[in-house]
Design a protein around this ligand. Structure first.
Ligand SMILES: NC(=O)c1ccc[n+]([C@@H]2O[C@H](COP(=O)([O-])OP(=O)(O)OC[C@H]3O[C@@H](n4cnc5c(N)ncnc54)[C@H](O)[C@@H]3O)[C@@H](O)[C@H]2O)c1
Length: 342
């Protein structure tokens, strides 16, 4: 029998990282996580263990510190790396761009340098639909030309993709995939793992469930007169477990050498645009609660509508979304209720 592969997951106690570790365990991989806990707590590993019955081998190390990270690479022989670790708050990146350039770029430099030093040949990188900016043609596919980034955060994802492309050009035995996620939401089906950032959430679903549970007095919708079907912004919400699933498929795709080029990019979205009001109505339906919300002013920099064409991931990776918006809201609500008072 083939030896089990050990995958290094960076940002493994974060929201998407912890869900992906569960999926990796389910698929028979061993996992090592590195996370400096700048936006997550060690509790995430307990949630993973409760769901999967497996302990996560983990290190609290800052990836910008290459020497500390090298010590971990010396202990293992990684079959692949899934690099989630990054700062991700768009607004904060506008106020403090250097914080984002330093963390998101330096940590990727560390990962690529050590991949070369230790001959690790497979990497999956967390990119984002924010690389597309304010698109005019929908749905958006991977051939869409990337405009000037709308924020330093989005620019770090564009730079990360270029770094991977450049690195792959001169290292023909190195394989990398950038996955451009649309809007990850939801929680594990069990309700035992979900999004619990240390820093204040600024995305819609935790604000919806936070309002419903009473942590947030009222939800403000940013803008009600956009040129969309109900005046509110449209996004492609995608369940975090579908995103996690795609990472395992992408890693297997590289490990099994099914890739025909050593650098590639895939969109991960459901392909369905959902407006803010539709998301609220799906939440109200599954929770049986009326949400306290008001329409407020538009937020500068918000894209009006964006949703994905994900045919490439479906065709090449064999990936298919299993969850709809109601499942996303149901699991988020279950998680919020389980977290009450904790
Ligand atoms: N959640 C989203 O809406 C979304 C959308 C598109 C792309 N992404 C990208 O996906 C990735 C994961 O996002 P998430 O939602 O799980 O975020 P998250 O903040 O929950 O997880 C990221 C983890 O990385 C860790 N980290 C950050 N910098 C680090 C460093 N220098 N060294 C070690 N650990 C570090 C944080 O502590 C955190 O646990 C990020 O790269 C993010 O930019 C997220």
């Amino acid at each position: 029998m083939e030896k089990k592969k050990t995958i290094l997951v960076t940002g493994g106690s974060g929201y998407i990282g912890s869900h992906t570790i569960i999926e990796l365990f389910t698929n028979g991989f061993d996992v090592v996580s590195i996370d400096n806990q700048s936006n997550s707590s060690l509790d995430a590993y307990k949630h993973v263990e409760r769901i999967s019955g497996k302990k996560v081998d983990h290190y609290s190390v800052d990836l910008c510190d290459i020497d500390a990270t090298r010590k971990i690479f010396e202990k293992y022989s990684f079959g692949g790396i899934i690099h989630f670790a990054a700062y991700k708050a768009v607004g904060e990146s506008v106020e403090n761009p250097l914080k984002y350039y330093h963390n998101n770029i330096s940590s990727l430099v560390t990962i690529l340098s050590l991949s070369k030093e230790f001959s690790v040949s497979n990497l999956i990188f967390s990119s984002s639909c924010s690389v597309y900016g304010n698109v005019t043609t929908l749905p958006v596919d991977e051939n869409t030309a990337l405009p000037k980034a709308e924020s330093p955060y989005a620019f770090t994802k564009q730079i990360g993709e270029v770094m991977l492309d450049d690195f792959c050009k001169i290292n023909s035995d190195f394989n990398a995939i950038a996955l451009r996620y649309f809007n990850p939401v939801g929680a594990h089906e069990s309700g035992l793992n979900g999004e619990s950032p240390i820093n204040k959430p600024n995305n819609l679903v935790p604000i919806i469930t936070g309002t419903a549970i009473g942590k947030i007095p009222q939800l403000t919708i940013h803008g009600g007169d956009y040129p969309t079907r109900d005046g509110t912004c449209v996004r492609d919400y995608i369940h975090v477990s579908d995103i996690a699933d795609a990472h395992v498929l992408a890693m297997k795709f590289l490990i099994e050498k099914r890739n025909t080029q050593n650098y590639d990019v895939f969109n991960l979205g459901t392909g369905k645009g959902i407006s803010v009001l539709e998301a609220i109505s799906a939440f109200e339906k599954v929770s049986g609660q009326k949400l306290n919300y008001k329409i407020g002013p538009k937020r500068p920099g918000d894209v009006i509508a964006v949703y994905s064409d994900s045919k490439k991931a479906e065709t090449l990776l064999g990936w298919k979304c299993k969850h709809d918006i109601e499942s996303m809201m149901r699991t988020s609500w279950l998680w919020e209720q389980n977290m009450k008072g904790k």
